[in-house]
Design a protein around this ligand. Structure first.
Ligand SMILES: [Zn+2]
Length: 454
């Protein structure tokens, strides 16, 4: 960050301010403090954000705007899209199974863990009729499983949104601080990640941190780890954090500087740990938006939940959209591996499945979650992944284990049929496919006779 002074450029317009710097990996810290209320600055912001997101391949959802006209998808289109995404995720999970080393990942969404079999549930929700399974084992592995990852990430994004919105409502400013490490293709993922963990620990502990907390009135932070891999530079592990504070954009820059200094010293070698460095001016990136405007919330969400936004696109966009020579996210590597089973990708994926589990993707400063609207008790990844649609009341039929095996390789089709054609349609379809089903005990009791409603 030493180069930041030269790189700063400051624009002022409108009434609120936003500060960001470009080039988190290559550039120094250039900070633009703009006031975000007027049209010009909004356009400028949109340009900056779209430039940034296309640079990094983590663009937000494309806007639903076509030639200046607002395009609203019909419920039918929304349903189709959702079903398509679900099918892609399930197929991706199936494709990765043969490369999975962990039993739980191999069996996710496949093994029956209820003695009666797999329940098919159909529930009417605000967003239409939804179908799901009950009694299947789930892995809850955010790093390795496309289905669990999407489910967990969606919940974490919601939680993050709640806390950040409430913190802003309470008058706090938010600084997005990204910290990176210099690394080479020779460094193992385990080594780089260990350094990142040590670095972050140093950033947020000890007396200097307590001083920062007091000086900038910091009620807490949340951080997410993002990992990518490139053939030339190897594993790139970095931290996106959002720190709530009170102060000016200049204060955020000062805070970022102080965090960066501790980050650097935390990366140094210790007994049993290889040392790393972060170049001044290259290793930190600070972006700020103030507490009154929610305009940039999406930016925080997509930065912290890099895989949140990233995953859904990777899952739907298919393979080979990213050149092999480029930086790839682990799921992009997984995609390529499923498509071509290349030895080299397999090696990278194996290193990933060895090193990633056990690390948390998102973590919170003590007390930060509950102070801004979440339960003190954090629901675990495994719990989120294991949540099933509805209740036993919504189970419309049960597939005994041998019958489930006949259909599990295309389970998404079954869910689509249930959602599109209702319970009767589903039961007829199952019979036509030669899949035996048993009536759901509760439903049978409630209705007296089977069939009828859909
Ligand atoms: Zn899973």
């Amino acid at each position: 960050m030493q180069s930041s002074a030269q790189n700063h450029y400051i624009q002022e317009h409108g009434h609120s301010r936003s500060v960001w710097s470009k080039g988190s990996l290559l550039g120094g810290v250039s900070v633009a403090a703009g006031r975000g209320g007027d049209a010009a600055s909004l356009r400028a912001r949109a340009r900056t954000e779209s430039a940034r997101s296309s640079d990094e391949g983590t663009a937000a959802e494309p806007p639903l705007v076509n030639r200046g006209q607002l395009f609203t998808p019909t419920l039918n289109e929304q349903r189709q899209e959702r079903q398509q995404r679900r099918a892609e995720k399930i197929r991706f999970r199936q494709g990765l199974r043969r490369f999975a080393k962990r039993k739980s990942v191999q069996l996710c969404g496949s093994r029956v863990c209820s003695s009666s079999g797999v329940g098919v549930r159909v529930a009417e929700t605000d967003s239409g009729r939804r179908a799901g399974f009950a009694g299947l084992s789930t892995c809850g592995n955010l790093w390795l499983c496309p289905v669990c990852s999407a489910k967990i990430s969606a919940r974490r994004a919601e939680e993050l949104g709640t806390v950040l919105k409430n913190a802003r409502t309470a008058g706090y400013d938010l600084a997005l601080v990204t910290l990176t490490v210099r690394h080479t293709a020779e460094d193992s993922l385990r080594e780089v990640w260990a350094a990142v963990s040590r670095g972050w620990h140093r950033v947020t502990s000890g007396k200097p941190w307590l001083t920062d907390k007091e000086r900038f009135e910091i009620p807490g932070w949340v951080k997410a780890v993002e990992v990518t891999h490139s053939p030339r530079h190897g594993w790139h592990v970095h931290v996106h954090s959002v720190v709530a504070y009170r102060g000016s954009p200049g204060d955020a820059t000062a805070l970022g500087q102080r965090m960066f200094e501790r980050w650097q010293s935390g990366l140094k070698a210790t007994k049993g740990h290889k040392g790393f460095t972060a170049l001044p001016g290259y290793g930190v990136d600070v972006q700020v938006a103030d507490g009154r405007s929610l305009g940039n919330l999406g930016m925080y969400l997509s930065k912290l939940g890099a895989d949140l936004g990233g995953l859904s696109r990777e899952v739907t966009q298919g393979t080979h959209k990213v050149a092999r020579s480029k930086n790839r996210t682990p799921f992009q590597i997984g995609r390529d591996l499923v498509a071509s089973a290349e030895k080299h990708d397999r090696k990278i994926w194996d290193e990933w499945q060895e090193a990633a589990p056990g690390h948390r993707q998102m973590s919170w400063a003590k007390g930060f979650r509950e102070r801004f609207g979440l339960d003190a008790e954090e629901v675990s990844d495994e719990q989120i992944a294991a949540e099933e649609l509805g209740t036993d009341d919504d189970t419309v039929c049960v597939l005994p284990s041998p019958e489930w095996k006949k259909i599990k390789h295309r389970s998404w089709e079954l869910l689509n049929i249930a959602e599109n054609h209702g319970v009767d349609g589903l039961l007829r379809w199952l019979t036509r496919q030669g899949v035996g089903w048993e009536p759901a005990p509760l439903r049978e009791r409630r209705q007296g006779a089977y069939g009828g409603s859909s």
